[in-house]
Write a protein that binds this ligand. Structure first.
Ligand code: 5RP
Length: 217
């Protein structure tokens, strides 16, 4: 099976968690795109969606799925999104697509976070994938220096502007043993909007696409 076929399989599996008549939280990235395409097939059963990026909102609208502002709803039963890395505690690194802040906001509102990923994303220790940090542009150098003090090698992601008008710094060389602590420490740096560690809010369910089928963690 190709990686895309594994992504498609988990996207399809996630549909079984969608309840009729609800608004669905939708993430960002290639795996989330497969989920959006699956969601379109059952769009008559749902009320609409909340998106974690402009790109996902556009794809949902192309399919004729109504997209709601997060501020206009009071509850969200599920949020379905991909990950760049996920471990056995269902903690994740996210933000490869630069949507980490909105992803974290929608995930915070959702009752259940369902992570959909192909098996290449499964890791023992988080940190091989460079950790994305969303930063207010004028704080770029300051934040970079503080990230070095935390043991990382910050690299400015040139040419990327987030949906919130900010920049991304990718932190290389981290071996993340205590994800909760590192998530908090980075968020305490002045100028950081948020970072792509999802340790305080891990996924509730991970659907992992493997050659032997979709496995649930
Ligand atoms: O966090 C994300 C975007 O900000 C994505 O979930 C993550 O990058 C995984 O992407 P893909 O499904 O394309 O592998």
């Amino acid at each position: 099976m190709t990686q895309d076929e594994l992504k498609q399989a988990v996207a399809r599996a996630a549909i079984s968690f969608v309840q009729d008549g609800t608004i669905v939280g939708v993430g960002t990235g290639s795996t989330a795109n497969f989920f959006i395409d699956e969601l379109a097939k059952i769009k008559h059963r749902i009320d609409g969606a909340v998106a974690s990026s402009e790109a996902s909102a556009a794809r949902l609208k192309q399919h004729g799925i109504p997209v709601y502002d997060l501020n206009s709803i009071s509850e969200l039963s599920i949020y379905v999104d991909g990950a760049d890395e996920v471990n056995k505690y269902r903690q994740m690194i996210k933000g490869g697509g630069a949507a980490l802040t909105r992803e974290k906001i929608v995930a915070a509102v959702a009752e259940k976070f369902i992570c959909i990923a192909d098996e290449s994303k499964w890791v023992d220790i988080l940190g091989k994938f460079p950790l994305p940090v969303e930063v207010i542009p004028m704080a770029r150098s300051h934040v970079g220096r503080q990230l070095v003090k935390l043991g990382g090698y910050p690299v400015y992601r040139e040419g990327t502007v987030t949906d919130n008008g900010n920049i991304i710094i990718d932190v290389h060389g981290l071996q993340i043993a205590e994800a909760n602590k590192l998530e908090s420490a980075i968020n305490e740096i002045v100028g950081v909007v948020t970072n792509g560690l999802f340790a305080h809010r891990p996924a509730d369910i991970v659907l992992l696409g493997t050659k032997d089928g979709v496995k649930t963690h």
